[in-house]
Structure formats: structure tokens, C-alpha cells
Design a protein around this ligand. Structure first.
Ligand code: ADP
Ligand code: PAZ
Length: 372
């Protein structure tokens, strides 16, 4: 896309340079697969964003009477880096001189400015590296606490943040703040955590599974030779899982097993066809393998989530984490898995609503949130 003769990459780059002096908040989530970075970049005075919803004090989180901050509006920028390429993240931070930012807002000492909030396992693993390379100290924040606080905040403060996804239809839901709790939060990252949330700061991690986003990407990489996660996702769009999965109909001669509520098209055994067919991996199309894998993992997560909702009598499940990435087929499979379990449960279903929490800016659909 071209904006006034400036390509998108340049646009972002120029914006970044412009805001190098104006970054007022910076925080990191260093997970098993990805580093997620967020920073707030204020707009110059006189810009069209003057009417920003963040006042100078609010945007800087100040309560000490310091009104030096000139930020009136701006953007929350989100960036991601692969955790295995942490040096790219360090180089980015260094090139943007993040460790020198904040004077305008905080009037803080150099040592105070060099402390940044960080969550995820990497906040522990890489603390020394950040100190050594950038002179920054990571102020570690517990990842479950952050996850729940973030989900509660988004669900309450941002409209159009959660949506249901069924049969290709994305439907944003209006959350009644007085009827939010309890809910099950399913975070699909490298692994999967399932958390029962009862209120602000009131939660319990009730379950999880190691078969998560890392499994999809790891197995997918080995089986398809894809070089990137996006390539693997793209591939799964065009695949047909029925080529490799063993369906109920394959076992029952094309018929449903209606007595126990299984249709002929239901997957009886993921990758099961590969057992009876005398084929090597190379004889299967990578797109079919990718599709089977995505269905297997998404189904499994959906089913475990459903069982945990049933276990605690929860009527809502929210799914989040970078595995989903707004990918239609992933969301559809998760929704179908939950509904499949509901329909097949012996007693009446408890789960009534399945929501996917979005990751994008709800106003411009890009990877930053706009405050204007
Ligand atoms: N660009 C990407 N590179 C690698 N993994 C990605 C990417 N986009 C989405 N993913 C998926 O997201 C998962 C990581 O999700 P995330 O919520 O960031 O977890 P973590 O905190 O463990 O890194 C990966 O395991 C992979 O399945
Ligand atoms: C250890 C973790 C909390 C780390 O979070 P992540 O980086 O995967 O987002 C997560 O990977 C997890 O909950 N794994 C599942 C472990 C299990 O319940 O079997």
C-alpha cells in the first residue's frame, strides 16, 4: 500500500524514528516462541491526534504532579520477534534508543529509565543478556497475572475485542461487564494454559496441555519443510485433511455411527490413514499434512477446553494467544471442537459461548492500537 507516496515499510519506519524521542511506555512478553513488544508512541503537538483519549498524565501513568509530558494522543505499537532470534529484538531496541527514552515524561534518573516491565519465561532466562547488551534491567511480572489482567482489561475497556467464529462468520460480542465472570481463559502459546478467571486478580490455572502452538509449528516444520509459521498456515488453507485423517466413514463403510452421534465425516483418527496406506511422507502433499496437523491440534485444544468448562460449570471460554492469529480455519476448528463436544455430551451442555480474543487494532486492523 502506498500512503502519500510513502510505502508502508517506510511509513512505519519514519513513524518509528519520529517517535524515538516520544516513547513513553515499553514492555515485553518473552515467551517460548515469540517476543511480544509493546510501546506507546506519542503524536507531535499540532497533529490530527490532538484529541487523544489519553491525557498527558494518564498516558504517562504519572501521579506525581509532573506535567512535563507532551503526549496527547498517539499509537500503541506492537512488534514481535522470534525468541530464538532475540538478538534481532536487542538490535531493534538499541537502534531505536529505547533505553534513552522517557526523559520528557518522567524526569527519571538514568537507572530508573533503564528498567522495563517484562513477563514470560524469557524475562528470567534473558535478564542477564538485556543487562549486558542494553544496560536494561527487566522488572519481572508473572505471566499468568499479566495474562488475566490483560484479558480482563481488554474485555471490559475495549469494545469489539472478542468475537465468536462459526461457519466463516465472525461476530463481535458485547460483553456485559457485570456478567463477565467466571470464564475460562485458554491461552494458546507454545504450550496451552487454561485458567479459570473469577474476577480481577482472582484466578486459578486449572489445566493445560503441551500440545499447543509450538507443537503445530515444530511438527509442521519437520513434516512440510516450511520455513516460516506464516508459510505453514498459508499451506494449511489449501490442504485437505481427509487425505490423511481416518474418518468415521472410512471405518464404517461410508456410514455414520449414528448410535453414538458420530457422522461419517467426523475424524476418527488424526493421521490414521497413513497407517494403512503404504506411502512415504513425500507422497503426501505438504498442504494436506499441514491441514491435518492444524485440525488435530485445534480439535484437541477445543476438546480439553470444553471438558474444563464442563468441570467447573463455566458458560464462556475465551481463546487467545499467538497460535490463533485471527486464522479462520484455526478458529473454526476450535469452535467446531467445542460445539462437537457440547452436542455429544451425555448431559446438557454448560458452555454456551466460545469467544476468540482478537489481537489487532479494532479501528484500523493493523498491529497497533490507535488513540485518537
Ligand atoms: N510468526 C510466527 N513465528 C512463530 N510462531 C508463530 C508466529 N505466529 C504465530 N505463531 C504461533 O504462535 C505460537 C506462540 O504463541 P505465543 O502466544 O506468542 O506464545 P509464547 O509466549 O510461548 O511465545 C507459536 O508456537 C506458533 O504456533
Ligand atoms: C509453561 C507455559 C506456562 C509457558 O507459557 P508459553 O510461553 O507457552 O505461553 C506453557 O507453555 C504451558 O502452560 N504449557 C503446558 C504445560 C502443561 O500443562 O502440560
Amino acid at each position: 500500500m502506498d500512503r502519500n507516496g510513502v510505502t508502508e515499510g517506510e511509513f512505519e519506519e519514519r513513524g518509528m524514528n519520529k517517535c524515538a524521542e516520544q516513547v513513553s511506555h515499553l514492555a515485553l512478553d518473552i515467551g517460548g516462541s515469540l517476543i511480544k513488544m509493546v510501546y506507546f508512541c506519542g503524536e507531535n503537538s499540532g497533529s490530527e491526534h490532538q484529541q487523544g483519549i489519553l491525557s498527558s498524565k494518564e498516558s504517562c501513568g504519572l501521579s506525581n504532579g509532573n506535567t512535563n509530558c507532551s503526549v496527547l494522543g498517539g499509537k500503541l505499537h506492537f512488534r514481535k520477534f522470534e525468541t530464538s532470534k532475540i538478538n534481532e529484538c536487542l538490535e531493534f531496541m538499541s537502534s531505536k534508543q529505547f533505553h534513552r527514552n522517557g526523559e520528557d515524561c518522567h524526569g527519571a534518573s538514568v537507572s530508573e529509565k533503564n528498567i522495563i516491565k517484562a513477563t514470560g519465561g524469557g524475562a528470567f532466562k534473558f535478564a542477564d543478556l538485556f543487562k549486558e547488551k542494553l544496560g536494561m534491567t527487566l522488572d519481572k511480572v508473572d505471566e499468568m497475572n499479566s495474562l488475566v489482567a490483560g484479558a480482563n482489561f481488554l474485555l471490559k475497556a475495549a469494545s469489539h475485542e472478542a468475537y465468536t467464529y462459526m461457519d466463516g462468520q465472525k461476530e463481535y460480542v458485547q460483553i456485559d461487564q457485570n456478567d463477565l465472570y467466571p470464564y475460562l481463559l485458554v491461552n494458546i502459546g507454545s504450550g496451552v494454559s487454561m485458567i479459570k478467571v473469577d474476577g480481577d486478580g482472582k484466578f486459578e490455572r486449572v489445566s493445560g496441555t503441551s500440545v499447543g502452538g509450538g507443537t503445530f509449528w515444530g511438527l509442521g516444520k519437520l513434516l512440510t519443510k516450511c520455513k516460516s509459521f506464516d508459510e505453514l498456515l498459508e499451506l494449511s488453507y489449501s490442504g485437505n485433511n481427509r487425505v490423511i485423517d481416518m474418518l468415521v466413514g472410512d471405518i464404517y463403510g461410508g456410514m455414520d455411527y449414528s448410535k453414538i452421534g458420530l457422522s461419517s465425516t467426523a475424524i476418527a483418527s488424526s493421521f490414521g490413514k497413513a497407517v494403512s496406506e503404504d506411502k512415504d511422507l513425500e507422497e503426501y502433499k505438504p498442504e494436506d499434512v499441514a491441514r491435518s496437523l492444524l485440525r488435530m491440534i485445534s480439535n484437541n485444544i477445543g476438546q480439553i477446553a470444553y471438558l474444563n468448562a464442563l468441570r467447573f460449570g463455566l458458560k464462556r471460554i475465551f481463546f487467545g494467544g499467538f497460535f490463533i492469529r485471527g486464522h479462520a480455519y484455526t478458529m473454526d476448528t476450535i469452535s467446531v471442537a467445542v460445539n462437537f463436544c457440547c452436542c455429544n455430551a451425555a448431559r446438557s451442555s454448560v458452555v454456551r459461548e466460545v469467544f476468540i480474543v482478537s489481537h489487532e487494532c479494532t479501528s484500523c486492523r493493523s498491529n497497533h492500537y490507535c488513540f485518537s
